[in-house]
Design a protein around this ligand. Structure first.
Ligand code: HEC
Length: 105
């Protein structure tokens, strides 16, 4: 009961603070761009809703398999609204520009 009262008090104060002090943020200006190649616009559309171009540019090189898994992870785990039929195209672009060869088996 005590816990419920305390958490109710906290959520009341929290709600009051949230109402009385609107938070305003200024996002940093995007200075980087995705490297240009076929598919760059697609990646800008589907990746830069959440990431900066700098974030993508600073990723280590990955194989196509790993890039495809990364795109799948963004869709599955992080609910990125990437249509399924765009996954291969995105993997092609990412592997071409930010890629490395698949290991020889
Ligand atoms: C809905 C938001 C969202 C979208 C859209 C999105 N991501 Fe992510 N991504 C995340 C989150 C959340 C993380 C995990 C936290 C972090 O490292 O920033 C992440 C992490 C990553 C990582 C770090 C490694 C990892 O797996 O955690 C890479 C690389 C990445 N994203 C690439 C991409 C690419 C490429 C696209 C476009 C195909 C994309 N993301 C689209 C949300 C998103």
């Amino acid at each position: 009961m005590k816990t419920i009262l305390i958490s109710l008090a906290f959520s009341f104060v929290g709600g009051w603070l949230a109402q009385s002090a609107p938070v305003s943020i200024t996002l940093p200006v995007e200075v980087a761009a995705l490297r240009n190649a076929p598919g760059a616009e697609l990646a800008a559309m589907h990746c830069m809703t959440c990431h900066s171009a700098e974030y993508i540019n600073s990723q280590p090189s990955l194989t196509r398999t790993a890039w495809k898994a990364s795109v799948e992870k963004m869709r599955g785990k992080f609910a990125a609204p990437i249509p399924e039929d765009q996954v291969e195209k995105l993997a092609d672009y990412l592997a071409a520009i930010y890629g490395m060869p698949e290991p020889v088996k």
